[in-house]
Every structure is written in structure tokens, then in C-alpha cells.
Write a new protein. Sequence first.
Length: 293
Amino acid sequence: MLEKNPVIFIILAFLVIMVGTTVTMIVPFKWINGPGDLIAGVKPYTPLQQEGRDIYMREGCNNCHSQTVRTLAADVERYGYGGTYSKSGEFVYDRPFLWGSRRTGPDLAHIGLKFPDPMGAWHRKHLENPQSVVPASNMPSYAFLNQPLDTTYTERKMKLLKFPYTQGDLDEVKGKTEMDAIVAYMRKLGTDIPIKKAEAATQPTGNLKNPYSDLKGVKAEALSLFAKDCAVCHGENRQGNIGPSLRGSAKSDAELFAIISNGRGGMPSFGSSLDEQKIWKMVTLIKLGKHDD
Ligand code: HEC
Ligand code: HEC
């Protein structure tokens, strides 16, 4: 029979595999990566961000970090930071792609949304000594990036990639450190696409009222939420660190609620990751003064 003839068998097997390959890998090019996938907000990298990206590759950060939020709900919840899953249009300026295949550390596709601080204070602290902000981290220290950035090829890189730049952009790169560059890159990731702010419930309206006036019943949960989401920036005992002290705030409950859910300056928004009840519990905790706990 046919399968006993090796030559015919090889030819038929080859044809079958080619049909599969054509259908799954070649035909889809007809309808992917078209103009419909372009995302207007996505901008090319600035010279400083591009240098940061090159350092990211040089240091092999991509061996431990992926840069793509998969379409799975769990992925979006964990790494979307208020955005959604990664779209092909987000990567049009990435050469090469840094999607990665391993997640020893968290996905970084939207990391700019998680730490919006314009000075990148969290990133600096973390890169210099990861264990100082995440005690159990096994990420190596990159304190040595506090060295002058080599800008010899910056202009050539921008030309080669056909990214727009101005003399002003190039002057800005001068005198910067490698740390500045990689922090600029981290801060850009994921921020080009406007994210939907959490639902109307998180907008401060006149009648927002904290349902938890008494801390007793909520303290344990509030403390564990705080340790998980807030302590890295506000200190383990709310004494303040990258963010201000959160002991006995004089702000109104509604104001605190709005800041936590919408974010402000270097303070990320938690409206999409914490539900309303949890945010109110945090507010109740924050109102506590130095001597109450
Ligand atoms: C050996 C693996 C490894 C390497 C290499 C590595 N990281 Fe990490 N990274 C981790 C782990 C694990 C975490 C989670 C713990 C933490 O936050 O420190 C992490 C966390 C992070 C975070 C915080 C993510 C979040 O969602 O909180 C950032 C940002 C980051 N790394 C950037 C970098 C950059 C930039 C480089 C290269 C200069 C790098 N990492 C190299 C393992 C690594
Ligand atoms: C990445 C660091 C970071 C994390 C994580 C963080 N914060 Fe903040 N937070 C800040 C910074 C920075 C500010 C100052 C913002 C500003 O006004 O520019 C701030 C400000 C605040 C304020 C306003 C304080 C005031 O008196 O003005 C509140 C309230 C607050 N944070 C609560 C929280 C809570 C609750 C969490 C955890 C759910 C949290 N923060 C997590 C960095 C952070």
C-alpha cells in the first residue's frame, strides 16, 4: 500500500504539512497587521527611551520578563494595570520584539501604568536594590547602571529606526545615566494607550460615604491589603517612604477614596484592582493616627 512506499509517503506527508502551515501561518497575513491594527496613541521611542530599551536588551532583562499581556482574563487582571490585553499595534515600533517566553519576574508590557511616578523613584530604588522594596525578590541588583550613558550612537540609532527626533531630544540625552534611560523606558511601557478609568462609582460625587466608620471589623483585612499593595511605597507601618505618610490623614474620606481609586502624580490608581469595599477599608485604616494602633 501507499505507506509502504517511502518516496510517496514523504511527498504526501510534506503536502499535508504544507497545507497546515499555509492555512495557519501564511493565509492570516491577509488580514492581520493591516491599517485596522494601528493604534493612533502609540508613539515611537524618544532617544532616551530607545537607549533604555537597548540597555534592557544588553542586560538581558527579557530573559526574566515578558512583555505581552495575554488575552486570558487572569493575565489582564494581573498585568493589565487598568489597560487591557496587548494588541499587535502596541508593538509597531519595537525592533526587535521583546515579548519574551519566560516569566521569572512579572510581565512588564504595562509597567508604566503600575508605577506612574514621573521621577521613577520606585524604579530607581528597585533596580538599585530589588530586595529593599520586595524582600523576597530574586532579581539581581542593577546599581551599576548609575554610570554615564554612552550617547555616541544615539543619533545613528534614531535614523536607522526612522524614529523622529530633534536636536533638543539629543541634547537631553547628554549627561544622563544608564539608569535614567532604563527608567524612562520602563515609564513609557503601556502608557500610550489611554486606559478607561474605573467606573463612575470611583468618581467622587457629593454623596460618597464610608460604610466602615469603625476599624474593628475590617482591620485585619485592611492591614493585609496595605501590606500587599501599598507598603512598598508608603512604608510597612504607613510611616511614608516613596509616598507620604498615611497616618491620621486630615483629608476627607471621599478625597482619600478618590486618590486611591484614580491615582494622582506618582500614586498609581487602584480603582480597577481593588473593589469599592476594599478601598473604603483602606480609607478607614489611613484615617487612624499614630497612637491609635
Ligand atoms: C533573574 C531574573 C530577573 C532579571 C534578569 C531581571 N528581573 Fe526584574 N524582576 C524579577 C523578579 C523575580 C521580579 C519580582 C520581584 C520584584 O519585584 O523584585 C522582578 C520585578 C521587576 C519589576 C517590577 C515589576 C512589578 O510588576 O512590580 C521591574 C520594573 C523589573 N523587574 C525590571 C527589570 C529590569 C529593567 C531588568 C534588567 C535591567 C530586570 N528586571 C531583570 C526577576 C528578574
Ligand atoms: C508606586 C508607589 C505607590 C504605591 C504602590 C501606592 N502609593 Fe499612595 N502615593 C504614592 C505617591 C508618590 C503619592 C503622592 C502623590 C502626589 O500627591 O503626588 C501617594 C499618595 C497617596 C495618598 C494621598 C496622601 C496625601 O495625604 O496626600 C493616599 C491616600 C495614598 N497614596 C494611598 C495609597 C494606598 C491605600 C495604596 C495601596 C492600595 C497606595 N497608596 C499605594 C505612591 C504609591
